[in-house]
Design a protein around this ligand. Structure first.
Ligand code: ARG
Length: 407
């Protein structure tokens, strides 16, 4: 009888490479690796060889960058989803799509199990498991194997296991730090090793997408981003695919040191963890789109949207992507974006991204109403009547209820 098959989400990193070996040993299953390309860049190189060396029977590489950007990243951007106000959810937005692809690959290859390299302490296990369980709910249930959650090895034991299995590790620095890094087009998350001390300044070599401010250009650079219905469509006047635009913006903004985030965050599993992020394009695009919204949305639309933002960010972070409530929120957000078309200019300089201009054919900003020049069209005297009625309830209440001696 043929051995059962397991499709493993495979990044090529240490945890997932050890997992290839470990699943064969512990579960007596064949391992098919699936590398879901979300734009992790050079990491994809050599992935097939690494998988084969670790004993995988087949290794799939699926480029899903367009789907990632169009169906996940842009939704998060439009919803203003920043977890705890800072983290653009790069990893968190990628996981549901990876779960979807794992289920697809399992169905295609006749696998009975899927696996991921997440530990039992993180958010990612929740996102993977919940995604797989949800999307496979119709067919035969898929067994979920999570080696790093099951094997009980410490980080040092993992390194030893990797050495025993003949796997090479990519180390940082002479002191053999191996950060746990997750990266895709929308950002990279760096954790572990010396960063586990919340007082330690992240060493320069922990970063790789952003330059230290001391080495950034002494001249500011302006970028112009064009949006259509809330979606970025051009950079400096040039139409681009989402993938190309994010790639280019990561480079430009990263070279000005924009996009470093040092966050002590609340994980879903109840622990606080220190995470360092590099998300240059995300920082610029969030700032730019929010600026455009200030022109195209009414005050009430802006407020309503800001209520959704935290909900949306928590939902993504917590692995509840494949739910009706997410679709409901998307519908509201998309409706609010109908007229959010226009351009935003952002100035990049010494680690900062500052909006210096915004314009839209649908802007609610009316020069004739706003100006203090002779072009003023606003009826100043009408303001008195407005304030009279506007302050009526306050006056009424003050007269009948307030104890004047106490004020
Ligand atoms: N803390 C982030 C999240 O939960 C990123 C986790 C990424 N993993 C890593 N190995 N750095 O979305």
């Amino acid at each position: 009888m043929a051995r059962e098959k397991c499709v493993l989400a495979y990044s090529g990193g240490m945890d997932s490479t050890i997992s290839v070996v470990w699943i064969q040993e512990q579960y007596d299953m064949d391992v098919v690796t699936l590398t879901v390309d979300l734009g992790a860049g050079p990491e994809i190189e050599g992935v097939k060889e690494r998988a084969a060396r670790a004993g995988a029977v087949e290794s799939l590489i699926w480029d899903v960058r367009d789907e990632f950007v169009n169906d996940y990243v842009w939704r998060g951007l439009k919803a203003a989803a920043l977890y705890e106000g800072t983290y653009a959810l790069s990893t968190a937005l990628g996981r549901p799509l990876m779960a979807k692809k794992l289920v697809e690959a399992a169905r295609q290859t006749g696998a009975t199990a899927v696996a991921h390299g997440c530990t039992g302490k993180g958010n990612d296990q929740v996102r993977f498991d919940a995604g797989v369980k949800t999307l496979s709910a119709h067919g035969d249930p898929l067994r979920i194997v999570a080696p790093a959650r099951e094997w009980g090895m410490s980080r040092d034991e993992e390194k030893q296991y990797a050495a025993k299995a003949g796997l090479e590790l990519r180390e940082v620095g002479d002191d053999q730090r191996v950060y746990s890094i997750d990266r895709n087009l929308w950002g990279q998350a760096i954790e572990g090793e010396d960063l586990e001390d919340t007082w330690v300044t992240p060493p320069e070599d922990a970063y790789s997408w952003t330059r230290p401010v001391a080495d950034t250009p002494d001249e500011p650079e302006e970028v112009e981003i064009g949006f259509e219905a809330g979606v970025p469509v051009s950079l400096n006047g040039k139409k681009m695919s989402g993938v190309a635009l994010i790639d280019a913006l990561n480079d430009i903004a990263g070279s000005h040191g924009v996009g470093r985030i040092d966050h002590l965050e609340n994980r879903l599993v109840g622990i606080k963890s220190r995470e360092v992020y590099e998300t240059p394009a995300a920082v610029v695009l969030h700032a730019a789109l929010r600026a455009l919204e200030t022109a195209t949305l009414s005050r009430e639309q802006q407020r309503l949207k800001s209520f959704i933002a935290t909900e949306y960010a928590d939902l993504v972070y917590d692995g509840r992507w494949f739910t009706g409530v997410r679709e409901d929120m998307d519908a509201l957000v998309d409706s609010s974006m109908r007229y959010t078309t226009g351009d935003v200019r952002v100035r990049l300089f010494k680690g900062t991204a500052v909006v210096t201009g915004r314009r839209s054919p649908y802007s609610l900003y009316d020069f004739g109403l706003a100006t203090y020049s002779t072009d003023d069209e606003f009826d100043h005297l009408a303001a008195t009547g407005f304030i009279d009625i506007y302050s009526l309830p306050a006056r009424t209440q003050y007269k009948s209820q307030t104890r004047h001696d106490a004020r």
